[in-house]
Design a protein around this ligand. Structure first.
Ligand code: PEP
Length: 248
């Protein structure tokens, strides 16, 4: 049995004081969680978060990582820097990075290789825009993104990777894919992984749904056979809401 994984993506929210307060409130609410619980915090909150989650069920994640080990990349953070701060997970290729910061399938691939090479676990995001969905290109887009992200990656690396299917039109909009649609597209993603690495590896891969997941829709989404977890934006910023999703 795969252990479901629910991760919060805080995006550019919470100062250090807010981080401490939110995690202190969250920890007791998720102490009996059956799934793996992760919070992906801004770089500047990592050290505070690490201290606040000590001895709890909550694991530490970041929201991006650079592909180079070091060098002239102003404003970027390396995998080794994250490892030093005891970060376990890192989100790669979030649609906001693709949309606002020029992230491509190739840069996602390079960041993913750097992350797993350094011993981090990665949450790789894929998903179609509204335009792509309306043009009937969802399956083609997620398959291309998976092929691009995993290009040249050894099968062994899959143990350190979680995929998040996040339809871009559902992120932060309050619109959720229906549980059936999310399930169907995740099946397409799994098929793409199967073509690259075989049935067993694809079956073992945890694939999350993300996009306006909240306490009201979490249990329906999590009941779908292909959905192995959630990547949660807005609802991860309130301890009570995030805990309800975690305890779906
Ligand atoms: C996200 O940013 O990954 C996300 C799913 O956001 P939201 O839950 O707010 O739609």
């Amino acid at each position: 049995m795969k252990r479901p994984i629910i991760a919060g993506n805080w995006k550019m929210n919470n100062t250090n004081a807010g981080t401490k307060a939110l995690l202190t409130e969250l920890a007791p609410l998720v102490k009996d969680a059956k799934c793996e619980v992760v919070v992906c915090v801004p770089f500047t909150d990592i050290d505070t978060a690490r201290k606040a989650i000590r001895g709890t069920k909550i694991k530490l994640g970041a929201q991006n990582v650079h592909w180079a080990p070091k060098g002239a990349f102003t404003g970027e953070i390396s995998a080794e820097m994250l490892k030093e701060l005891k970060v376990e997970y890192v989100i790669i290729g979030h649609s906001e990075r693709r949309q606002y910061f020029g992230e491509t399938d190739a840069s996602v691939n390079a960041r993913l290789k750097a992350a797993v090479g350094a011993g981090l676990k990665a949450i790789v995001c894929v998903g179609e825009t509204l335009e792509e969905r309306e043009a009937g290109k969802t399956n083609e887009v997620v398959t291309r993104q998976i092929n691009g992200a995993f290009e040249g990656l050894e099968k062994i690396a899959l143990k350190s990777i979680v995929v998040a299917y996040e339809p871009v039109w559902a992120i932060g909009t309050g619109k959720t894919a229906t549980a059936e649609d999310a399930n169907d597209t995740i099946a397409v993603i799994r098929k793409a992984i199967r073509k690259l690495y075989g049935r067993t590896a694809a079956g073992a891969m945890r694939i999350q749904y993300g996009g306006s997941m909240n306490p009201k829709n979490a249990s329906e989404l999590m009941a779908m056979p292909e959905i192995d977890g959630g990547l949660i934006g807005g609802a991860s910023l309130k301890a009570e809401d995030f805990a309800k999703v975690v305890n779906y």
